[in-house]
Each structure stands twice: as C-alpha cells, then as structure tokens.
Design a protein around this ligand. Structure first.
Ligand code: SAJ
Length: 418
C-alpha cells in the first residue's frame, strides 16, 4: 500500500519515515522546496533523536521519497501546522489547502487522516465538506478520520510506536479503516471513536497540562507573597497518591500547550473561564521573571546578566512560542542591563544577539538566569561558575540546576526568592 504524507514537519516527517521503515511506499509532500530537495538527498532540516539515521536509511532503500505535489495513494495523512492568529483564533488554512490539493487524487476506498491538531468540529464542518464538494461520498467512497498526534518532541520516534492512538472517524467504518492503518505500525492501543471526541480529547490533554502548570505558577506567586518555598510545597503535596502538581517555570511555550487551549476557548468562550485564566497566568510568567531579574540586580550599576537557554524546553532546538525569547527581548530593551546569551542548541541565525559560549556569557557576569532545563545547565560546574562570574549568583527558573552554595555560588530558584 502507498501512503502520502502531507506536511514534512516535526510530526509528518517521522510519521512518513516510520511507515517507510515498515515497508510501505511513502511519498512525503511539503510546500517548502528546500525540505523536499534535502529529504531526497537523505538530509533533514529538523532536529529529533534518531530521525537523521532513520531518514537516511528509508530514503536510501527507496521507500521514502519527497515531492512538492501529492500523488495518488491508498492512504493520505495530513500533518500540517495549525497556528493561531494574533487574536488567538485558530488558523486552519493549511489543513484546508492540504485537503483541497489531495481531493482530486482520491479514489474509491482511500483513507484520509488528519493528524494536525484542530479545533473541535473541524473534521465535520471543514474537511468533510471539502471532500464532499469534490464529489466523494463519505459513507463508502472515501474514509475520513482524525487521528491526533500525541508525541513529545525529543521522544517522537519512540512515542509514535508506543503511545495509544485515538482514531476518530466520520463514521464507524472510517474509524476502523483508519485504525487499521496505525495497527500495522503501532504497538500501543488503537482506540476508535468519533471525530469530535478525538478532536476534544487531544485538546483536553494539552489543556490539562496547561491548567495544571498555571496552578504551579500561581503557587510561585503566592509563595513570593507569603514566604514559603513553592518547590518544597509541590514535592510534599505530590507525595499524596492522588496529587500531581506540575512544575512552575518561566512560562509555557511550544506549539501545543500554549496554543491548543485557545482552540477550545474559541468554541465556548462563556463556558471556559478556567482555561482562559490559566493561559493568562502562564502568559504572565515572562514578565514575572523579568521583575525578579531586576530585583536581583537592583543594587548594581549596569549589571551584566547571562541568559542561559532560549528554547521552549530542555534539550531541543525549538524557540517557537518560547517564554525564554520573550524574557530575552524584554531584558534587551532595558538599557540598564548588559545582556549576554548562551544556548547550546539554537542556531545563530535565529537570534539578533550573539550566541556566546557558556564561558563568554558567564565571564564577569553579575547574574546568570537559567530559562531552559538543558542537561548542560543541570550539570553546571560550581567552581567554574564561581571563578568566571563577577558576582556568582544564579537564578534558576526551571528548578533544574544542582549547584549549591558549597561551590561559592548563590542559587535562587523561582518560587523561593523571598
Ligand atoms: N512545562 C512547565 N511545567 C511542567 C511541564 C512543562 O512549565 O511541569 C512547560 C515546558 O517548559 C514547555 C511547555 O510547558 O515550555 C510545554 O512542554 P511539554 O513538555 O509539556 O509539551 P510539548 O509542547 O513539548 O508537547 C506536548 C505533549 N502533550 C502532553 O504531554 C499532554 C505531547 O504529548 C503532545 O504531542 C504535544 O504537546 C503536541 O503536539 O500537542
């Protein structure tokens, strides 16, 4: 069977590669010619553990090919981005475009799966009408389903195989046929449901996490007010078998948690005050961190602040919706501060300031602010930090670094600063 995967990003490319590894003939489609030409020479432009090796293998043995235009296939998987507009409303334009480009290629018995995260009712109200208008009967010509991706960046190749998949068809036969596509490669359970239920389940997973993190971040602010250590509180509360408070931090980033809750809010504004408030709390954290930085260097004249980590989470190269970037820009706009930056994963062209070495960033600094939990920052060498910095003070917003005062470094953690 032949599979056509539309969208060769963080989800589409590993998905295409995994089906190719299982012996399917896979054609990967992307509007970006650079992505297509590099893939055809076995190279990829994104960073993900194990992916470069896998892609090389399946391109070499001819199972995976890329193109800017889709081709006839038995299964079509749409994995294009669904960003949000400035006003936080969902932008499903890429899903619409992808559906329209594959529509003329469909034949009787084909399966169409949307993996992109989409607002509730998008399959029924947006994608299905496009296929119907193209002349297909969705009862027995073409089988349409939503199968949301649920993998964690950094663990994508493992989770694509091991996680439970939810398959929400437009009717039970579509669920079954789409489910069978995944059953061929997935070791986790493949659960069939309706399209709308699949859409909402995916959105609620990320919303659960966002709301929970907002609770932890609110605790940080409460802790600052009343003088308690938020991390001790979370650790002790989480010893209860039914409590699982997430970790506070400089904000919530990435293309999922910071976006998906808005897809729900948009469809039920009146009914979603908790979800809306959680977004506001998490969005307020960069400003909170900037205030804490200013507080920590308030006595110094033109202090040098080393900003460590810019990606939205640890050990990845992705700065999309990164709270650390927001914090950096805010700090850069303050003339009183001398800002130095280090992130071992981020390419220079993504930044408007030099990405220095760790040593250069820390040299003569008055404060180092950790904004991302990269492994390098978890294992900072205390004596090196102490000898490089003018004032060896570290503000750890991820509660990740293991430094303590024994090395002569003064470490403050978000949630324990009063
Ligand atoms: N974060 C916290 N505190 C925590 C956990 C995370 O502040 O306790 C922050 C992170 O630093 C980061 C953001 O939240 O800025 C998001 O990170 P993440 O690791 O929770 O998630 P993502 O966005 O990388 O991936 C999520 C995953 N969803 C869930 O775990 C429910 C992944 O499984 C989804 O596939 C992915 O979203 C997606 O594509 O929707």
């Amino acid at each position: 069977r032949k599979i056509c995967v539309v969208g060769l990003g963080y989800i589409g490319l590993p998905t295409a590669a995994i089906f190719a590894r299982s012996g399917y003939e896979v054609i990967g489609v992307d509007v970006n010619e650079k992505v297509v030409s590099s893939l055809n020479s076995g190279e990829i432009l994104i960073e993900e553990v194990g992916l470069p090796e896998l892609v090389k293998e399946v391109v070499k043995n001819g199972k995976l090919k890329a193109s800017v235009t889709p081709e006839e296939a038995d299964v079509f998987i749409i994995a294009v981005p669904t960003p949000i507009h400035e006003d936080h409303s969902a932008n499903v334009d890429y899903v619409v475009q992808a559906s329209k480009t594959i529509a003329p290629l469909l034949k009787k018995g084909d399966v169409v799966i949307v993996e992109s995260t989409i607002p509730p009712r998008t399959i029924d109200d947006v994608v299905a009408p496009i296929l119907k208008e193209a002349g297909y009967n969705l009862e027995d010509d073409v089988y349409l389903a939503h199968c949301p991706e649920r993998v964690l960046p950094g663990r994508i190749l493992i989770e694509l195989i091991e996680n439970t998949r939810i398959v929400g068809g437009i009717n039970p036969e579509a669920s079954k046929r789409a489910g069978d596509v995944y059953r061929a490669v997935v070791e986790g359970q493949v659960i069939e449901t309706e399209a709308l239920t699949a859409e909402m389940s995916k959105l609620m997973e990320n919303t659960f996490r966002d709301v929970n993190i907002a609770l932890a971040n609110e605790l940080v602010k409460i802790a600052r007010r009343i003088g308690v250590n938020a991390h001790d509180v979370i650790e002790l509360a989480n010893m209860h078998p039914r409590v699982n408070i997430h970790q506070p931090g400089p904000g919530v980033g990435g293309h999922c948690l910071a976006v998906d809750p808005y897809f729900i809010i948009e469809k039920a504004v009146e009914e979603s005050p908790l979800i809306q408030q959680s977004r506001k709390i998490n969005n307020s954290m960069p400003h909170f961190v900037v205030n804490e930085v200013n507080y920590l260097v308030s006595e110094l004249e033109k202090p040098k602040v080393a900003v460590l980590g810019l990606t939205y989470k640890g050990n990845i190269d992705d700065v999309r919706e990164s709270p650390a970037m927001e914090i950096l820009n805010d700090l850069l706009s303050n003339d009183r501060l001398d800002i130095a930056v280090h992130d071992p994963y981020v390419q220079q062209e993504k930044l408007k300031v030099p990405n220095l070495s760790l040593e250069d960033a820390l040299k003569d600094a008055d404060l180092a602010v950790i904004l991302t939990d990269h492994n390098q920052f978890k294992q900072l060498d205390g004596s090196k930090v102490a000898s490089l910095m003018k004032h060896p003070v570290v503000f750890d917003t991820k509660n990740c670094c293991s430094l303590d005062s024994s090395a002569g470094v003064n470490v403050y953690k978000i949630g324990n600063l009063s």
